[in-house]
Design a protein around this ligand. Sequence first.
Ligand code: SF4
Ligand code: SF4
Length: 175
Amino acid sequence: MSEARAVVIPRPAPLPWWKRFFLVEMLQGMSVTMKHYLRGWREPFTVQYPEERLPLDPRFRGYPRLRMHPETGDELCNVCRQCEKICPTLCIAIEEEPHPSGKGRRPRQFTVDYERCCQCGLCAEACGSDPISAIYMSHDYELADYGRDRFRAQKDRLYLGFPAPPAGKGKAPGK
Ligand code: SF4
Ligand code: SF4
């Protein structure tokens, strides 16, 4: 039978008496709070949304949209359906038709249900259109409305985007 071994754990040095009241830490914490409070009077941290808006980060992921080729103006989507397959919420539905040029296919209808979209960006990552992805994560995010139909974005909406809300300070470029 093996012998039990005692493990000695060193105890921390006792606190000086003034630290046992936590008064110093409390005053230090209060001074940080007060510093930010007074700074907030000089330069407010908040903005008056929706009149003012903070600029969005270029990598901000809004709702997915479709785009044409920037030079030829042709549809980039070749109906490979990678986006439809990878979408975790199954919110993409594509109907296809032959391309008028006789080569390949193009989407006759392309629908993204924005109510179910979680803005994960997987569709844009998986897009099989090369070298420019046909589907991309736009900066659209202000879609509040009363009708549910509006959230089923179809092809025209996906290309044109939603009407921009009233202009505000610091709006993201391209909106
Ligand atoms: S962002 Fe995500 S949830 Fe939204 S359509 Fe793309 S894959 Fe689907
Ligand atoms: S992954 Fe890209 S090219 Fe393929 S169907 Fe979706 S949008 Fe079109």
